[in-house]
Design a protein around this ligand. Structure first.
Ligand SMILES: Cc1cc2nc3c(=O)[nH]c(=O)nc-3n(C[C@H](O)[C@H](O)[C@H](O)COP(=O)(O)O)c2cc1C
Length: 156
């Protein structure tokens, strides 16, 4: 498949979205450490994306060159800091959604999640309930749009 990379990337772009459950409730310092290392490594490997943490649930989108993304996902899958790693969407993309974020980070207020696509109105506001497939991605896109509308360059 020929991918039109309108942002001058020389490799086809690929993205993966997964949900998982933290092995324990993460302390702020643990999250900061994880994020700091991830951003450094991501910059080296041309990975961008968004990580959401809510009530022990992670939801993450990683994007970049296909092999780099797949390699990172294999490492993430083996990481003992979380379990039940469940890939909900993967595929080629024409352009990056999080071009300027070596890893954006969101800890949403549960109340705000009810308005996001992918959630039924009466759903418990837990990211572990994100259904399979596209809805997980739509939740992330909506979070991105909300952050962008606040003028955030790289949150967290
Ligand atoms: C929820 C979660 C998200 C992570 N996201 C990233 C990431 O975006 N980039 C990254 O390099 N490592 C990330 N990591 C860390 C990787 O799992 C792994 O520790 C790191 O890639 C080093 O892997 P290695 O020891 O196999 O080299 C994440 C870990 C967790 C638990």
């Amino acid at each position: 498949m020929v991918v039109d990379n309108s942002q001058g990337e020389d490799q086809p772009l690929y993205e993966m979205v997964y949900v998982s459950l933290a092995e324990h409730a993460m302390a702020e310092a643990e999250l900061r450490d994880l994020l700091c290392r991830a951003r450094e490594a991501n910059e080296r490997h041309g990975i961008t994306g968004l990580l959401v943490y809510h009530e022990r649930a992670f939801l993450q989108l990683i994007e970049g060159e296909r092999e780099s993304v797949r390699r990172l996902f294999s490492a993430i899958e083996r990481d003992p800091r979380h379990e039940h790693v469940d890939l909900i969407w993967e595929g080629p993309v024409r352009r990056r959604s999080f071009q300027h974020w070596s890893m954006g980070f969101v800890v949403p207020d549960g109340k705000d999640l009810r308005g996001l696509p992918g959630f039924e109105p009466d759903d418990a506001p837990s990211l572990s309930t994100v259904p399979r497939g596209e809805p997980g991605r739509r939740v992330l896109m909506t979070l991105r749009d909300q952050l962008l509308s606040k003028g955030v360059s790289q949150p967290g």
